[in-house]
Design a protein around this ligand. Structure first.
Ligand SMILES: [Zn+2]
Ligand SMILES: [Zn+2]
Length: 151
């Protein structure tokens, strides 16, 4: 196999690469199967078709199972989220990745507005926009947020 850090051929059982001193799979610059150059975010080697292994699976993703929303790359715009929630309550939150929260805002907002004869419609509308903006800002600054994190 090849060192994923420097591309040197290394023994299958080697703890560290003898050329660079790094654990052979602790890199993202070369394919461990054929030694071809790979890029940081690549998952499959374009030369041999093998799945690249290693520590570098820190890719940006929305992971519903952990209940966290991770920042996307490029980051989603807080302004777009605010505008979306301005038009339809909760859509901005769904856009940002807080799907469930957005749906609850949407349905809950309508129900609460109806139940209060529209008295709460304006405060909810404003709160949802502020929420979308602040959550968007956190994600934009690279900070993960909880599925149910508010403001
Ligand atoms: Zn190496
Ligand atoms: Zn390869």
């Amino acid at each position: 196999m090849y060192c994923r850090n420097c591309g040197a051929a290394v023994n299958e059982k080697a703890e560290v690469c003898m050329s660079c001193g790094v654990r052979p799979l602790n890199g993202n610059k070369f394919c461990q199967e054929c030694g071809a150059e790979t890029s940081e975010k690549q998952e499959i080697c374009t030369k041999c078709g093998c799945r690249l292994v290693g520590a570098g699976s820190s890719g940006v993703k929305i992971d519903g199972s952990s209940g966290m929303v991770y920042p996307s790359d490029p980051p989603k715009s807080p302004t777009t989220a605010t505008l979306l929630s301005c038009f339809i309550t909760g859509i901005g939150q769904i856009y940002l990745g807080q799907t469930l929260k957005g749906i609850v805002w949407l349905i809950g907002g309508i129900l609460l507005s109806l139940a209060t004869g529209g008295i709460l419609a304006l405060p909810i509308w404003i709160a949802v926009m502020v929420d979308a903006y602040r959550i968007g800002k956190k994600l934009e600054s690279g900070q993960p947020v909880g599925q149910w994190e508010f403001f």
